[in-house]
Design a protein around this ligand. Sequence first.
Ligand SMILES: Nc1ncnc2c1ncn2[C@@H]1O[C@H](COP(=O)(O)OP(=O)(O)OP(=O)(O)O)[C@@H](O)[C@H]1O
Ligand SMILES: [Mg+2]
Length: 285
Amino acid sequence: MTDGRRVLVLGGTNFDIIVRAEDFPREHEKVRGDACEARPGGSAANTALGLARQGCQVRLVSAVGDDALGRLCLDDLRDGGVDTALVRVDTSLRTSMAIVISSGTGKRMMTFAGADRDQAFRAVTEPDVAAVDHVHVVGEPTSELGRVVALARRAGRTVSVEWNGRDMSRLAEGPGLNLMNADEAGRLPGALPDDAAGTARRYAKRLSGEVILTQGAEGALWASPSGAVVREPTTAVEPVDRTGGGDAFNAGVVAGWLSGEPPSACMRRGLDAALHVITKIGAHP
Ligand SMILES: Nc1ncnc2c1ncn2[C@@H]1O[C@H](COP(=O)(O)OP(=O)(O)OP(=O)(O)O)[C@@H](O)[C@H]1O
Ligand SMILES: [Mg+2]
């Protein structure tokens, strides 16, 4: 599994407070949670840790505040084998945070955007990109993120993009992977009603890249620009806490693809990694 492909991951790092509870409090109401976990998180940090666990050499480009939570995030990344040289320590803004109310099947999240990651993206140089095999991006399609993706494409590096409910077409054109869940795909411009596979196929052709959709308990599907669609089932479970499930899936898929594995094996890696994460509260990828 360890073939050591070098990956640059760009996106957010934050500190998560996760409470497992079946109900959401209304005004003046107090709801008792079943379990609680406070831990470093954020999509890019989770994916970076997942990729390191899958045997890749990972360098993260992100930002934390110059505070105790930021130091916890950095320690956690380093303990997990992620290179944090390009994680900016922002001296004027706090570490970003997320409060998650996780009911197993559902997940409600409130976020606070702190430390400025666009400044970290701005600091990425051509040699930083040339030093890796692949670039993975998560987050809003800002011009700073777009600049790094353009550097990667120009240098002939492959790119994977987590769409996260946004239309990332502008960054996504070209060889590489596009990852999203089936609900998000259904809301994309030009999506085909009730036809996730058709929508994925349409986008794969349009982008000349692979489109991979997660479908919760049903598993995942992979559409290629050729029009081919491959489906991979999973073991349906009752999730304990879905935080980071999509990130773990992405890490497995990207690591498999970088090792030259076929779509079904890549999805298998991703689905297994997700199962590991969603069956525990606050589990790491
Ligand atoms: N009930 C379930 N049983 C088995 N696997 C599941 C279940 N629900 C979700 N998963 C797996 O968790 C991963 C991510 O789930 P999902 O399709 O819900 O994406 P998502 O909602 O975008 O997740 P995230 O919010 O973490 O990005 C996928 O690999 C999916 O197969
Ligand atoms: Mg997702």
